[in-house]
Design a protein around this ligand. Structure first.
Ligand code: C2E
Ligand code: MG
Ligand code: MG
Length: 282
C-alpha cells in the first residue's frame, strides 16, 4: 500500500528514537566544553511589586547558547542532566555566575537586585544534607551581602515525613550563610501545609497552575495562601502571570511580587539592567 507495511512504520520509529538518542549523546558530549566556554548563560526574569512599594528582584534561569546547536532550553537538557548527575555541576556553576554578577554590580556601584537560583532535587538527593557547604565555599569567594541571593527549592523535596530532619539541615545551612530560601512551584503537587510548620522559609512561589483556568475557588485559595504566608512572615510570589487583569487581582490581594510574561520574558543580563532602569520602582 501507499503507507507501506508495518516494517516501514517500525523503521520510522527506530529512526526517531535513534535521532533523539544521538541528540542526547551529543548534548552530553558538549557539556564539559560548554561549561568552560561559558555557553551556559544566566537569563534574568524580573519579579515585580505590583504596588511598586519594593524594588524588583529576578530569577536566574539557565539558557544553553551553543555556537553550533543554537539556543537550547532547560526543558530539554535539565531532565537529561538529572538522569546522569551533571545537574550538580550545572547548579553550582549557575550559582557562581550569580555570585559573580552580584559582586560586579556592587563593585560597579549599580543597583544590586536580589536574584534567586534554582536547585534540582536530584542534586539535593545526590549531595545530601551537607550540600549547603558546597554553596558556602563558592559564596565565601565573593562579597555578597546577606539576603541578596535566594535558593529556590521545589516542594516535592519536602515530601516524605522522614525527610524532615534532612531538609531542615539543608535549609538551616543555607540560611546560616546568609542565603534566603524560597519554596518553588508551591501548590503544584503534594503541597503539604504541615511542612511549613517545620521549616524556615523566606518566600513562597505560587505555581502557575493556580492562574491558568482560574475559577472562584482558585481565587479563594490564592487569597488564603497569601494571608497564610504573611502570617508566617513569608513573601509571596505569583509566577507565570500573563495578563494585566491578573496583576490587578493579585495586587488587590496583597501579593508581594509578580513574575511572568506580563512584565517580561527572561532577559540576558545586559537587557535586564536596561529593563530595570526603564521601569520605575526597580
Ligand atoms: P521554574 O523554576 O518554575 O521557572 C519558571 C519557568 O516558567 C521558566 O521556564 C520561565 O521562563 C517560565 N515562565 C515565566 N513566566 C511565564 C509566563 O508568564 N508564562 C509561561 N507559560 N511561562 C513562564 P524555563 O526558563 O524554561 O525553566 C524551566 C524550568 O527549568 C524551571 O522552572 C526550573 O525548574 C528549571 N531550571 C531553570 N534553570 C535552572 C537551573 O539553573 N538549575 C536547575 N536545577 N533548574 C533550572
Ligand atoms: Mg524556579
Ligand atoms: Mg516555578
Amino acid at each position: 500500500s501507499k503507507l507501506g507495511g508495518p516494517g516501514n512504520v517500525c523503521h520510522f520509529y527506530d529512526e526517531t528514537i535513534a535521532k533523539l538518542l544521538d541528540r542526547e549523546e551529543r548534548l552530553n558530549d558538549l557539556f564539559e566544553a560548554s561549561l568552560r566556554n561559558h555557553d551556559f548563560q544566566i537569563y534574568l526574569q524580573p519579579k515585580v511589586s505590583p504596588s511598586g512599594n519594593r524594588p524588583c528582584e529576578a530569577e536566574a534561569l539557565v539558557r544553553w547558547v551553543h555556537p553550533q546547536e543554537g539556543m537550547i532550553y532547560p526543558s530539554e537538557f535539565i531532565p537529561l542532566f538529572e538522569k546522569n548527575g551533571k545537574i550538580c555541576k550545572l547548579d553550582l556553576y549557575m550559582f557562581e555566575e550569580v555570585c559573580r554578577l552580584e559582586d560586579r554590580w556592587i563593585r560597579e556601584k549599580k543597583t544590586v537586585s536580589r536574584i534567586s537560583v534554582n536547585i534540582s532535587r536530584f542534586h539535593l538527593r545526590e549531595a545530601g544534607s551537607d550540600i549547603w557547604k558546597k554553596y558556602k565555599k563558592i559564596l565565601d569567594q565573593y562579597h555578597i551581602p546577606e539576603g541578596i541571593i535566594e535558593m529556590e527549592l521545589t516542594e516535592t523535596m519536602f515530601l516524605e515525613e522522614n525527610q524532615v530532619p534532612f531538609v531542615k539541615a539543608i535549609l538551616d545551612g543555607f540560611r546560616s550563610c546568609g542565603l534566603r530560601v524560597a519554596l518553588d512551584d508551591f501548590g503544584f503537587a503534594y503541597s503539604s501545609l504541615s511542612m511549613l510548620k517545620e521549616f524556615a522559609v523566606d518566600a513562597l512561589k505560587m505555581d502557575r497552575s493556580f492562574f491558568v483556568n482560574e475559577n472562584d475557588k482558585s481565587k479563594k485559595i490564592v487569597v488564603s495562601i497569601i494571608q497564610m504566608a504573611h502570617n508566617l512572615e513569608m513573601d509571596v510570589v505569583a509566577e507565570g502571570i500573563e495578563d494585566q487583569e491578573q496583576v490587578e487581582m493579585l495586587k488587590n490581594m496583597g501579593c508581594d511580587l509578580i513574575q511572568g510574561y506580563v512584565y517580561s520574558r527572561p532577559l540576558p543580563v545586559g537587557e535586564f539592567e536596561i529593563w530595570r532602569q526603564e521601569n520605575r520602582g526597580c
